[in-house]
Design a protein around this ligand. Structure first.
Ligand code: AHG
Ligand code: MN
Ligand code: MN
Ligand code: MN
Length: 334
């Protein structure tokens, strides 16, 4: 290949994180950069296990039921161990909260001033059939560096989250990241070099009208959600044109949110299955930083204060216009 066809303007996840650190007022610390880099490494390792799962026979269920009363899959366990070990290795985390651990993990690290909340493997029901799955994470700084870390460092509103993101193990492995005051950027794993490369700079939510919901739960939907679904299936003409909606539902939050970010639309999980700390908050911060909105239906999702580690909430995320339709319906029907 002629040299002019090779790209040399390479931005790796690491160089991007360092560039953002240098712009930030706390740039002397570099602790957050170290943590984000270790999350990048964890996602590469998980991606590697996911890609080989069928061949290595790590697909299938364990005999364990987790705190969520779900049957734990072997990949849930492996991903959790990889994530925990790589974060611990940085010495910068004080507390870890995982979907797969009932209790918070307190780490006795001298310089650990961060809380990392995560869903190591999202979309467990899609593992055995090879459909896209992911990892979700969020980071808080401890409330006070001089105090002993405690649950009050964790049970805080999403507005206090300083960084969040997800990695999707799909047709390619993509890491999507945002942090306080920064845009949402996407990196694609280059299997040849093993590097995450910046491929989607400053993602803004798309404009397509796609709605995404598990309608098998319809019996449990309230009036506002039923009215919203009616309005997208039988839309009223706007300026003489009927807006056509498309339905898409993968069943892995990471994949459904990734599509919603890139193409546009709305993701609804109204029955309160999704966990606030490590599913709802990170995805809400990403959605807001990409120009969209996230709501419980009755208030901004990021303003919620979880009362326990694995607390759950109804959630609606997507284009501002669609989320406001839902919020208006709740106001009208409550
Ligand atoms: P997890 O696999 O981490 O337990 O999360 C599953 C979640 C989420 O990925 C998805 O949005 C939702 O469960 C799908 O649930 P249903 O299959 O019940 O619709
Ligand atoms: Mn689970
Ligand atoms: Mn999940
Ligand atoms: Mn999970």
């Amino acid at each position: 290949m002629a040299s002019e066809e090779l790209r040399t303007d390479i931005v790796t996840l690491t160089s991007h994180i360092i560039a953002q650190q240098q712009k930030s007022p706390n740039h002397t610390r570099g602790d957050l950069s170290l943590l984000l880099n270790s999350i990048g490494s964890a996602c590469k390792w998980i991606s590697n296990v996911v890609r080989k799962a069928e061949l290595l026979k790590v697909i299938g269920a364990t005999a364990v039921t987790n705190v969520q009363a779900e049957t734990v899959q072997k990949l849930d366990v492996l991903s959790n161990e990889i994530f925990i070990n790589l974060i611990k290795g940085t010495g910068r985390a004080a507390i870890l909260v995982s979907e797969e651990n009932e209790e918070a993990i307190f780490i006795n690290a001298e310089r650990g001033h961060y809380v990392v909340v995560f869903d190591p493997l999202d979309g467990s029901s899609n593992i055995d059939c090879g459909v896209s799955i992911g990892t979700i994470f969020g980071i808080y700084h401890v409330v006070n560096e001089t105090e002993k870390p405690s649950l009050k460092d964790v049970l805080r509103p999403g507005t206090e989250m300083i960084a969040s993101g997800y990695c999707m193990y799909g047709s390619s492995t993509m890491l999507v990241l945002t942090s306080e005051g920064n845009p949402v950027d996407g990196f694609t794993l280059d299997p040849n070099t093993g590097e995450f490369l910046l491929t989607h700079s400053q993602i803004k939510i798309g404009k397509k009208k796609i709605y995404s919901i598990n309608e098998g739960n319809s019996y449990a939907f309230d009036g506002a959600v039923k009215a919203y679904l009616q309005s997208v299936k039988f839309p009223e003409p706007v300026n003489g044109k009927v807006p056509a909606y498309t339905a898409r539902y993968v069943g892995s939050m990471v994949a459904d949110i990734h599509r919603t970010l890139l193409y546009g639309g709305i993701f609804l999980y109204p029955t309160g299955k999704l966990r606030i700390l490590y599913e709802c908050f990170p995805m809400s911060q990403l959605m807001e930083n990409a120009g969209g909105k996230s709501s419980t239906g009755r208030k901004r999702m990021l303003d919620v204060v979880p009362d326990k580690l694995h607390a759950r909430s109804p959630i609606f995320l997507g284009n501002t216009e669609e989320i406001e339709k839902i919020e208006d319906l709740y106001k009208k029907l409550d």
